[in-house]
Design a protein around this ligand. Structure first.
Ligand code: ADP
Length: 342
């Protein structure tokens, strides 16, 4: 049968088309048709069919040219599948992106809120500390006046009380000053630049000269010390806190021996301040860097418990790190790490 190669379901449609063309209703055309091979397998082809008719106009068959376009069809299908996949991926990505943007916005809001809360708290701490100093000075002044101008009217107990007021006021003043220094650290504009450690260390040692002499301390500095990326005022404060601790936390009667040396580590400089003092038990080594954390009462070793908090905050503001290694009764090795200065 002439129609054998045409898929059965397409035969009526193809016939109809050929009739139409014969009647002149349709121009010669090329159609896409499903074809059947002898073995029954199918393929898609482009066909240009022309019907053959006898004198009476009866359909007798057709001739036609065709090309197998199934490879193209397959490719088209694969392409469509890929397009669908990409579209699906695109939709997923868009959703993900929207989610990310929301999360990002949430995070930004939270960060802003946190920063504002933090700034508010710092401003509060600053003004409280500041305002506390005026009444404190009055207390101090009047207690001092009592001792100086009214000593004759006070018995020893009264004088002792007045002394204690003066002492307590001094202690509170030191606390407030340290607190102010601590909160100023977050407020100062920091512009890191190359600082020679040697100069900074000798400047601090000059400040501490009297104390060093009093305690007959031996201080060695392994020169030359390198440059670090830092900020002079913060560095001076940090070194001065570390060195005065190294002098202070040595048992009375023992001669303080302080060693200052630097170590290069990749892009970092680590400065060590080592002492032969009382040392710090391992369980306390982390908390002493927190504000108000002290391991001793003010009688044994005077202090405010803010010094090392200033050290940590200062170095963190310069993008560095701090730490300590220590053996109780043998000594401590505090270190600060800052980016290389050149
Ligand atoms: P402060 O010295 O005013 O108490 P710091 O913050 O400087 O405050 O130190 C916190 C605590 O850490 C000190 O009270 C002390 O117990 C301990 N500490 C600090 N430096 C040393 C040191 N070099 N050797 C032993 N203990 C130290």
């Amino acid at each position: 049968n002439m129609l054998d190669p045409i898929a059965p379901e397409q035969r009526p449609w193809l016939m109809e088309r050929m009739q139409q063309r014969r009647r002149g209703e349709l121009l010669p055309d090329i159609v896409e048709a499903e074809m059947v091979r002898k073995d029954g397998s199918r393929f898609t082809a482009l066909v240009a069919p022309a019907g053959l008719y006898d004198d009476k106009g009866n359909f007798t068959g057709f001739i036609g040219a065709m090309i197998d376009i199934s490879p193209r069809k397959e490719l088209e299908q694969r392409l469509q599948d890929r397009v669908a996949e990409v579209e699906q991926l695109n939709r997923t990505l868009t959703t993900l992106l929207a989610d990310l943007q929301t999360t990002n916005r949430d995070l930004e809001t939270m960060t802003t809120q946190l920063r504002e809360a933090n700034e508010e708290l710092e401003a509060f701490a600053y003004s409280v500390s500041h305002d506390l100093r005026a009444p404190l000075r009055a207390m101090q002044g009047f207690a001092q006046a009592l001792l100086e101008d009214y000593a004759g009217h006070l018995d020893p107990v009264g004088q002792d009380y007045a002394q204690r007021i003066v002492k307590a006021a001094q202690r509170m003043d030191a606390l407030i000053q340290d607190l102010l220094a601590y909160s100023r650290l977050s407020r100062t504009q920091v512009t890191p630049q190359p600082i020679p450690l040697s100069a900074a260390v000798s400047e601090v040692l000059r400040y501490l000269e009297e104390e060093c002499q009093q305690r007959e301390a031996r201080v060695t500095v392994t020169e030359p010390l390198p440059l670090v990326q830092g900020y002079q005022p913060i560095l001076i404060q940090v070194l001065s806190n570390l060195l005065s601790n190294a002098l202070k936390y040595v048992p009375t009667g023992k001669r303080p021996f302080i060693r200052i040396r630097a170590e290069e580590r990749d892009t970092w400089i680590r400065l060590w301040v080592e002492d032969n003092g009382i040392g710090i038990a391992p369980e306390h080594q982390a908390r002493i860097f927190r504000i108000f954390e002290r391991l001793h009462d003010a009688e044994t070793y005077p202090g405010t418990g803010i010094g090392l908090a200033i050290v940590r905050k200062g170095i963190e503001r310069l993008g560095g790190r701090v730490g300590v290694e220590s053996v109780p009764d043998e000594g401590s090795r505090f270190w600060i790490e800052l980016p290389k200065g050149s």
